[in-house]
Write a protein of this length. Sequence first.
Length: 226
Amino acid sequence: MSSAPPVLRLVEVTRRYTPAAAGSFALGPVSLEIRPGTWTVVTGRSGAGKTTLLYLLAGLDRPDSGSVFMFGNDITHASEGALAMIRRARLGVVHQEFHFIDHLPVWQNVSCRLVPAGVSSRSRRERAADVLSELLIQGTLDRLPRALSGGERQRVALARAVIGAPEVLIADEPTSNVDSETGEVILSYMKSWQERGTALVISSHDRAMVEAADRQHVLSGGRLEP
Ligand SMILES: Nc1ncnc2c1ncn2[C@@H]1O[C@H](COP(=O)(O)OP(=O)(O)OP(=O)(O)O)[C@@H](O)[C@H]1O
Ligand SMILES: [Mg+2]
C-alpha cells in the first residue's frame, strides 16, 4: 500500500504571512508525501507551522513558492472553484477553530457538503444522524453549534469532515481540550476510517494519537526535523 502514488504531496513549499523584509517563513521549505491509507501525525510546538502545513495540504491556502499536488494533480495555481470541487468530493478537513455555520443546526452543518450533490434534506439528516451516532452524540442533531460542549464540538467537526467518505482526512488537533474518554472515542473513530482506506493527516500533541500513527513528522520553526 505504501508504494502507491501519493494522495497529497508538497514539493519545497514555503509560506510567509508577512512581507519578506518584515519576517521569516511561517513554513518551509518543506517537502512531504502522504500515501493512500496511511496515518501521518504532525507534532511541534505552538507556532511551529502545523496549521499552515495542513492548510497547504488541504488546498485551503497557497504557498509562496514550491508546488502542491492533490491526487496526482498540480493544484498550486488551480482555481478556487476547481479546488472546492476536489475537496468536497475527496477530502475531509477538521479545522482547529471549527468554522461552523452558527445559525444552522448541527445536522445541517454536518451534511452541508452533500447539498451541491443534490442529496435531499431528509437523507442528509439521516446520514448526519448515522455519523453522529457512530460518534455517540446523536442527541446533538438539532442543536445549534453554540449549544455544544467542547468535546461535542470536536466530534461534530469530525462528523462533518467524514460524511462524504473522504480519501484523505486532515484534522488539526482533533483531540485538544477533550477528556480522555472523548479522546478515545475520536481516536478509535479515526482508526475505523483508516481501516476503510482513508489516509489520515493529523496534527496533535496527544500521545495516543502519535502512537496510533504509521509515521510522525516533527515541525520546528516551520521546518520538518530530519
Ligand atoms: N494569518 C496569519 N498572519 C500572520 N502570521 C500568521 C498567520 N497565521 C499564522 N501565523 C504565524 O505563522 C506561524 C505558524 O503558525 P501556525 O498557526 O501554522 O502554527 P501551529 O503550529 O498551528 O500553532 P498552534 O499549535 O498554536 O496551533 C506562527 O508564527 C504564527 O504566528
Ligand atoms: Mg495550529
